[in-house]
Write a protein that binds this ligand. Sequence first.
Ligand SMILES: [Zn+2]
Length: 143
Amino acid sequence: MLGKLCKLLRTCGIDASYSNEGMAILLDARREQRVILTRNTHLRDKKDVCFLELSDPREQLENVIEHFKLRKEIHLFSRCIECNAELESVSKTSVKGKVPYFTYKNFQQFAQCPQCGRVYWKGSHYKKMLEEIKYVIKQENSK
Ligand SMILES: [Zn+2]
């Protein structure tokens, strides 16, 4: 239900695990000492659960960052959007053949996920994500 929010949190570099497993999530969260964010009404009144009223992912992101005081934790594009692992900077030559030729030619900085191997660079996807979280980030700067 909150897949989009999860990706936005990871884009901000915030450690976010994702699960669709309903009640089983309670055990995992307790073991990993995580707070559960949910829109699942069955989980609403459980301990350590934060029920999100808003349905817009950007508003959810803003709320979560406010509520848990995560502004200082924001490190943009430091985490893999897919698997939550922290990205490592890698040399340009090491990504040769792993990214489109155009990308290789036009970008100098690359980061890679040690878990899934996905390569990141500040291309159009980066700009699109930045656009999505801009509102939240802007507020950070104004404070
Ligand atoms: Zn990954």
